[in-house]
Design a protein around this ligand. Structure first.
Ligand SMILES: *[C@@H]1O[C@H](CO)[C@@H](O)[C@H](O)[C@H]1NC(C)=O
Ligand SMILES: *[C@@H]1O[C@H](CO)[C@@H](O)[C@H](O)[C@H]1NC(C)=O
Ligand SMILES: *[C@@H]1O[C@H](CO)[C@@H](O)[C@H](O)[C@H]1NC(C)=O
Length: 738
């Protein structure tokens, strides 16, 4: 087995570029230039720079009016978190949830850098991603897959890497959605009302990382927060984002999420998108001349408009868009054909590497995997092939036909090609003696017949979700349940009952319930491949045939029943976030519920042994005392200690392990989850090799949000330290006292 957990040559080049790249200016330098430009602008020009030109009024999904007095363009804002939407050709990378499942900082950064290198080539100024505003407290919620994880720490680390990669490529990243947009049903009317501690320790947590990474742009969400729309919520925008977190960039509305002229301006909104509603002729134009009038009659101060413009200009300078930024080279409204080809073979290769390293091996009995030259192999299910009508047959990927490689909605891209699992298996087995039998529908009887004609069967099942403006097979964005679609359980049952060893491959947006499938004794292996993007089949065969050992780990929990999660989307117009801090594994741990596959779980073709835990933490208990800088209190990100452990590859093939650090807080921090992820390290090891996992603890990693003083506080007492291979496979335990 070659088994390289590392990147191939071409993606290594992207990686090196991503790690080397850096933004051009500091915020102070960017503000200096912005402030000097501000003096040259007329009032109308200022208004135009913060107002969208209306829906479909320019080539990008969002565009502003260009001023004449300074060399600054009509800003181009384009979706989204895994690709540049509508444009082609473009690389369709694995979804955020797959990037999260790699637990690989370098790959996540390289993905951001490559995506935004393509966006820059197309003339995009602001790329609308990463997505970090749906943490996934509700496992069936429609847009969880656009983000990285249901754990705020993993979401935060991934967010920071993604933004550094994107902005290093000269594109302004836009962290979205701010805040608490946890479901699609009633997203424009529901009010999310978490308590202050839950807000800070879960939902706001990754936005600290975004701001700390100097994100240029943040997008406020559709929903209300404590009864006030997010895009006109003074406490949330001025108080928390620009106050507590020290955000210096600009805040844009989600598309048509603005509801007022004066209140939104005074509450901290800096740019309205797309400048109107979606009707023709456009309605709801809250800014433009209405903002000018509101300034004239004194209800919005001139200083507020000047601040908006300064922030917008500063982001543009920050990433160097005043130099050599290409003009817009495509239109979203005419099929998206770009006048330049921004894709590269290296980006395709990177997409494959990320997809490969995100695959989570959930079950592997009787050493079913990797496949060892079977005489015959049945490949079963409509998810094994590309939709016969084409990979892009449905606008915004709003159907679930053929193999699933991204969800649906605005956070999608046009596949330049899509490597189906079946074609990759055929490619892999070309010239060998293995006979391939196929059944490429979800018909159970036909699937069983194919299985009977082969030695081993691989069954493909899936589960899709997306943004609520499209309903697919009765799912209005959010999923109706966590079962596989298209009667996938019946298909697997029929195949398994032919007594063939049955390998199940799951393409899904998130958790699906596996109990029915696991009840079949012939289901020997389950492979979770998530939403792998354009290189789907190649990444899968890299794992199935053992060229690489699987190294992905679950970025969320797979429960035995949906009720085990204690959270489903609501049709009420208020969500009080009653579960508080206890979402995903925090809830399973607290409630003593055994999950089917726990957060952080994933098998390998090799084994790893842990040893030599060392802990050195040196910090006094108490609150942060530093002044607020970009990202929050100056001392919040101080490194206050390290935990380390050795990991040895004790098996027979090369493989990568994600060593994970969980921390349990002392009782002086009231009702905190039993353990919380606070470090991880992915180490690639050849057989017999050892590596050291070093986890640096920042002050925030051992702090909780004290609602009385409104500060991050390090509690006094004994902290528990857990290092292991998943949130429940703890190999080493220790403690430290502050
Ligand atoms: C000022 O103008 C804005 C925009 O036309 C309007 O919404 C607001 O009601 C006006 N306020 C006053 C006090 O006249
Ligand atoms: C764009 O470039 C890629 C190489 O990255 C090539 O495979 C593809 O055919 C090109 N597409 C077009 C439309 O020119
Ligand atoms: C998707 O599949 C359904 C059911 O087979 C079919 O009716 C529909 O036309 C397909 N749509 C596309 C765009 O392929």
């Amino acid at each position: 087995m070659r088994s390289l957990g590392t990147s191939t040559a071409a993606s290594s080049l992207v990686l090196a570029a991503a790690l080397a790249s850096a933004q051009v200016l500091t915020w102070d330098q960017a503000y200096q230039r912005a402030t000097s430009d501000l003096q040259k602008l007329t009032q109308d020009e200022k208004i135009g720079m913060v107002t969208g030109v209306t829906w479909m009024g320019g080539p990008c999904v969002g565009n502003t009016y260009a001023p004449q007095s300074i060399p600054y363009p009509s800003l181009c804002l384009q979706d989204g978190p895994l690709s540049s939407r509508f444009a082609n050709p473009i690389t369709v990378f694995p979804a955020g949830i797959n990037a999260g499942a790699t637990w690989d900082r370098d790959l996540i950064r390289a993905r951001g850098a490559a995506m935004s290198a393509e966006a820059k080539g197309l003339g995009v100024n602001v790329q609308l991603g990463p997505a970090l505003g749906a943490l996934g407290k509700i496992p069936s919620a429609g847009r969880n897959w656009e983000g990285f994880s249901s754990d705020p720490y993993l979401m935060g680390i991934a967010t920071g890497e993604a933004i550094k990669g994107m902005q290093g490529s000269g594109v302004q990243a836009c962290a979205k959605h701010f805040l608490l947009n946890e479901q699609e049903h009633n997203r424009e009317t529901i009010s999310s009302n978490p308590d202050d501690r839950t807000l800070h320790e879960l939902y706001l947590w990754p936005f600290y990382d975004a701001v700390k990474a100097n994100v240029a742009s943040v997008m406020c969400s559709y929903n209300k927060v404590h009864g006030t729309w997010a895009c006109e919520n003074d406490e949330l925008l001025n108080g928390i984002l620009k106050g507590e977190l020290g955000f210096k960039g600009h805040l844009i509305s989600d598309w048509n999420a603005q509801h007022s002229t004066v209140l939104s301006a005074n509450s901290g909104l800096d740019m309205t998108m797309p400048g109107s509603d979606f009707s023709t002729p456009p309605g709801s134009i809250y800014w433009g001349q209405n903002l000018a009038a509101a300034i004239s009659n004194g209800s919005v101060p001139q200083s507020r408009l000047d601040d908006m413009v300064t922030r917008v200009l500063a982001g543009w300078y920050l990433v160097g868009q005043d130099k050599d930024h290409p003009p817009v080279a495509f239109s979203s409204w005419d099929g998206g054909a770009a006048s330049v080809n921004v894709t590269t073979p290296a980006h395709g290769d990177l997409a494959r590497t990320i997809a490969r390293d995100s695959i989570v091996l959930l079950k592997n009995a009787r050493k079913a995997l990797p496949l060892k030259k079977p005489a015959s192999l049945a490949v079963i299910g409509s998810d094994a092939i590309v939709n016969p009508n084409g990979a892009n047959a449905c606008p915004d990927r709003g159907c679930n036909n053929g193999t699933l490689a991204q969800g649906w909605g605005s956070g999608t891209g046009e596949f330049p090609y899509l490597v189906a699992p079946l074609s990759a298996i055929q490619e892999k087995l070309a010239g060998t003696r293995t006979k391939i039998v196929t059944s490429t529908t979800d018909d159970a009887a036909a699937g069983a017949e194919a299985a009977r004609a082969a030695e081993t069967a691989i069954v493909f099942i899936n589960s899709d979700s997306g943004e609520g403006y499209i309903t697919v097979e009765g799912h209005a964005g959010d999923r109706n349940n966590l079962d596989p679609w298209h009667d996938g359980n019946a298909l697997v049952q029929a195949v398994a009952r032919t007594n063939r060893p049955t390998i199940v491959v799951v393409h899904s947006v998130g958790a699906i319930l596996l109990e029915t499938i696991l009840a079949e004794p012939n289901v020997v292996a389950i492979v979770w491949a998530g939403l792998p993007g354009q290189e789907s089949g190649h990444a899968l065969t890299d794992i199935l045939f053992g060229d690489t050992s699987p190294s992905g780990k679950l970025p969320y929990t797979i429960g035995k029943t949906e009720a085990d999660y204690g959270a489903h989307w609501t049709t009420e117009l208020v969500d009080n976030f009653a579960e508080g801090l206890f979402i995903d594994y925090r809830h399973f741990d607290q409630a003593g519920i055994k999950p089917r596959y726990e957060f952080g779980f994933g098998l390998s073709y090799t084994t790893f042994k842990y040893s030599t835990l060392a802990t050195a933490v040196n910090v006094a208990p108490g609150p942060t005392t530093g002044k607020t800088i970009v990202g929050g209190p100056e001392d919040l990100f101080d490194i206050v200690g390290t935990v380390s452990a050795y990991v040895r590859n004790s098996g027979r093939v090369t493989g990568a392990e994600v060593a994970q650090l969980y921390i349990g807080y002392p009782d002086s921090a009231p009702s905190t989850p039993p353990k919380q992820l606070r470090g991880f390290s992915k180490i690639n090891l050849v057989p017999g090799q050892s590596g050291q996992a070093i986890f640096e603890l920042r002050r925030r990693d051992i702090s909780y949000w004290d609602v009385a003083t409104k500060k991050w506080v390090v509690p006094k007492g004994k902290f528990k330290v857990y290092v292991g291979s998943s949130s429940r496979d703890i190999r080493l335990k220790g403690s430290f006292t502050v």
